[in-house]
Design a protein around this ligand. Structure first.
Ligand code: GDP
Length: 480
């Protein structure tokens, strides 16, 4: 039976604002009295990863009585931490991933050729597992996040000791902070003659990354990805954080998680690497992934070994989907092919609509609506300016801006042209991008349009501030 949004929210134990926000991000203004169709409920289930009880058979009719109440504490089991490595180009991300992987490939598993499946697991000396996402770089990380897929528990910020903090290091810091995940710094290339770890520490301090001996709590590991130095210490530090954070998940239910990578294989058809986040994925399971679905015919791990099951934090390659899903798509197991198909179709329909209407996710115009909903307490901004002086002036002026109940939150402020990374961060953080005496290049502008990010350009500080205040009060000049 169809449910109103507020009944549905109660049923699945989610704050209604989350659901409204979700639709808002899809460019739809729905309220708590809106009646949700079966397809919409299924879609929400997919987006939020609601879980279905395992015992019963799912049909289109009973599907929504099947939402499981939150996991009982006793059902939760410790799972390996999921780690992403970020840092400036050439600082050693790929080398670190390779060294970590190679030092771990069990020779018994040889015969299997290592295949890139978007992530791999290593077993530390202490016997505990760690999952590494092996598409390095913050673009991929934030791209995933902007689609609501939080896969990473811990970020490793790699900084070359002979080079120090560079622009992409700064970007990586912004992204990690925005995601609110713990950071471990790996100071790499300590074998090089020009290595200056103290400099790295001081520079990072300026960006709010404080080492323990500077009074902070960010672990710093010194080593060399190439010489395989410091890797064990790095792994132990990851596991220490994992222990403190106590990452857990319920393995005893239908699986759900995220698509890491996908492609079309000439002989196997659509092939997707997925990361299981909850539950256990089994051969023959019926899966919805984004706008596609299918029955899992085959599963393989990163060395091509056949798998019958995959548990939380385990990456696995699946074969059997009807189409190639997108990286960042959520997947969800349902044991009913028909329901799976109808939800996948509804998702596809939505996706096409969304692409066509190309709605903006977050605009100056919409600020007032957000505030009235009581939903927005922060206006997120990214500021790019021509000089450090302008950056500082803007920061201090914006700090003084007073809008009832709403705080201005600057998630990035730096010198330089508006870049793709700014747009990705804005999309993930629902931010507006302000250029002060700087402009975006054409490809960046295009990306902003695609991602639904609004860019505003100014060259007088008070005009920028007036505009923000006006928008918050809903008095924006319609010509703008
Ligand atoms: P990425 O762009 O961050 O993935 O960086 P790469 O892993 O491709 O490394 C860039 C270059 O630095 C390569 O030539 C690596 O061999 C080299 N490199 C990486 N780690 C180390 C290290 O610990 N010591 C030295 N000397 N070179 C390294």
């Amino acid at each position: 039976k169809p449910l109103s949004m507020s009944d549905f929210a109660k049923e699945v134990n989610k704050p209604i604002t989350e659901i409204i926000k979700y639709y808002f991000s899809q460019g739809m203004m729905l309220n708590q009295n809106t009646t949700l169709s079966d397809e919409q409920m299924g879609e929400l289930a997919l987006h939020f990863g609601f879980d279905f009880k395992k015992e019963q058979n799912l049909t289109k009719e009973n599907i929504f009585e099947q939402f499981q109440t939150p996991d009982k504490p006793e059902d939760l089991k410790v799972r390996p931490p999921v780690v992403t490595i970020m840092g400036h180009v050439d600082h050693g991300k790929t080398t670190l991933l390779d060294s970590m992987h190679n030092s771990n490939v069990v020779s018994g598993e040889a015969g299997g050729i290592t295949q890139a499946i978007g992530a791999y697991q290593v077993t530390s000396k202490s016997g505990k597992k760690i999952t590494f996402i092996d598409t390095p770089g913050h673009e991929a990380f934030t791209e995933m996040r902007s689609r609501g897929a939080n896969v990473t528990d811990i970020v490793i910020l790699i900084v070359a000791a002979d080079d120090g903090v560079m622009p992409q290091t700064e970007e990586a810091i912004d992204h990690a902070k925005q995601a609110g995940v713990p950071i471990i710094v790996f100071v790499n290339k300590m074998d090089k003659p020009g290595a200056d770890p103290e400099r790295v520490k001081t520079e990072l301090m300026r960006h709010g990354i404080l080492a323990e001996d500077f009074g902070g709590d960010v672990p710093f590991i010194y080593g060399s990805a190439k010489q395989k130095q410091g890797l064990e210490e790095l792994q132990e530090t990851i596991l220490l954080i994992a222990e403190l954070k106590d990452y857990k998940s319920n393995p005893n239910k239908f699986a759900s998680g995220v698509v890491l990578e996908a492609h079309l294989d000439k002989s196997k058809g659509p092939v997707a690497s997925v990361l299981v986040q909850h539950g256990t994925l089994n051969l023959r399971d019926v899966v919805i992934a984004g706008t596609t679905h299918g029955t899992i015919k085959d599963m393989e791990n990163e060395v091509g070994k056949k798998q019958k099951t995959a548990i939380p934090s385990q990456p696995v390659l699946i074969i059997g989907l009807n189409e190639v899903p997108h990286a960042g798509d959520k997947f969800l197991v349902m044991n009913d092919e028909k329901v799976a198909r109808s939800i996948a179709e509804a998702q596809l329909h939505q996706f096409v609509e969304r692409e066509r209407s190309n709605k903006q996710i977050f605009t100056l115009d919409s600020i007032k609506t957000h505030i009235d909903d009581g939903e927005m307490k922060l206006i997120n901004l990214i500021i790019k300016a021509d000089t450090q002086g302008s950056v500082e002036a803007l920061k201090s002026s914006l700090a003084k801006v007073n809008i009832d109940g709403v705080r201005i939150n600057i998630i990035r402020a730096s010198v330089g042209a508006i870049s793709n990374s700014d747009i990705t961060l804005a999309a993930a953080g629902q931010a507006l991008v302000y250029g002060f005496n700087v402009r975006p290049a054409a490809p960046v502008r295009k990306k902003a349009e695609e991602d639904g990010v609004e860019i505003r350009l100014h060259n007088i500080i008070y005009k920028l501030i007036e505009e923000l205040q006006a928008a918050a009060k809903g008095m924006l000049d319609p010509i703008m």
